[in-house]
Design a protein around this ligand. Structure first.
Ligand code: SF4
Length: 341
């Protein structure tokens, strides 16, 4: 198998170059060619010697292969990407008014077993490598670049696909370092959101990710209900979760997004809204209500629009900044919690 090319951080690329007898200074040109544009146009360049060109061609720059695409009625695209070991992951491209957002996967399957999530029923196969995470992004952007009006702009990123990103911390960090490297893709950290089910060992290292946005799958401020939805939360009760979150230094105007999956007659009562308000009121927050997206065999129902609005009004009345996430891609099983390979 050839050595890794795609996914090498700048420092690692410099090391590879000097180990193989080339000047480190080529790293900048290589980064530009590999990451600045979504479509890779080849290495040909008058500044590179034939020896360097053949060295680069031997490295593995291959992105995950698009095996299938499904387009929903709202133009959300779900990709099924094939990996080198014949496993596969799903990635979702979500259209917004000005630019798209890519929902990236960080693992094949997931170990967290959240009960409202289709991926959680699948168990963890393995974590993705930096190359696979960055490759998903480039391949999705490349697709959009050729097929979408907004495609020329580099999409925002949410790590809300398959897997618990903080459970694959080192590769996540390396991917974010690479994606934000000014010599390459140059995305700002604020264009990236990492969502976690509250995996505390990873959350303790969150500041290493350099100012990206944090989204917490909270779902309920009532311990027993949260535990029912997220079984791993029994290891890290809400109190210790919030203690850890309170340590995170936020930028100006930055808030933490608290995701509340709303299921009918489970966590949509006045009591639930009151508990949430007590927990979030004096913290920098934005509550994001996500109406439950059913999947085959799921135990909950989605509340109707009236109930969702009523829950939002209660939270707002209690002083909580609240939005309702517009569900996208649910008719192709690409909405939150519906991914499964
Ligand atoms: S919601 Fe996220 S953390 Fe929970 S099982 Fe699904 S993919 Fe894993």
């Amino acid at each position: 198998m050839s050595d890794q090319g795609l996914g090498l951080t700048y420092n690692k690329l410099e090391e590879q170059l000097s180990k193989n007898g080339f000047s480190k200074s080529f790293a900048e040109l290589i980064f530009k060619k590999a990451y600045r544009r979504p479509t890779f146009k080849g290495w040909e360049d008058g500044r590179m010697s034939p020896k360097l060109l053949s060295f680069l061609e031997q490295l593995d720059w291959k992105r995950p292969t698009i095996l299938q695409t499904h387009q929903s009625s709202d133009d959300t695209i779900k990709f099924l990407f094939g990996l080198k070991d014949h496993r596969s992951v799903e990635t979702v491209l979500i259209p917004f008014y000005r630019k798209d957002t890519v929902c990236l996967s960080s693992q094949v399957g997931c170990a967290m077993g959240c009960r409202f999530c289709h991926t959680g029923t699948q168990g963890l196969s393995r974590s993705l490598t930096t190359s696979e995470i960055v490759g998903q992004y480039l391949a999705a952007w490349d697709w959009a670049y050729h097929k979408r009006m907004n495609g020329t702009k580099a999409p925002n990123i949410v790590f809300m696909g398959q897997g618990e990103p903080l459970h694959n911390f080192d590769q996540l960090k390396e991917s974010i370092d690479l994606i934000t490297d000014p010599r390459g893709l140059d995305l700002s950290h604020r264009m990236i959101t990492v969502s976690t089910a509250g995996y505390l060992p990873g959350l303790k290292r969150f500041s290493e990710l350099g100012g990206v946005n944090l989204a917490i799958s909270l779902h309920s401020a009532i311990e027993e209900k949260r535990r029912e939805l997220i079984p791993i939360s029994k290891n890290w009760p809400i109190e210790s979760l919030m203690k850890e979150i309170d340590q995170i230094k936020l930028g100006r105007k930055q808030v933490i997004l608290y995701e509340i999956m709303l299921a009918e007659d489970f966590n949509d009562s006045k009591e639930d809204a009151l508990a949430l308000s007590k927990l979030l009121k004096n913290r920098p927050h934005m509550a994001n209500l996500i109406p439950f997206n059913p999947y085959p065999g799921s135990p909950w129902k989605r509340p109707n629009d009236q109930k969702i609005e009523a829950f939002k009004s209660q939270l707002v009345e209690f002083g909580i900044r609240t939005t309702i996430r517009k569900t996208k891609g649910d008719n192709i099983m690409a909405a939150c919690g519906q991914l499964k390979t």
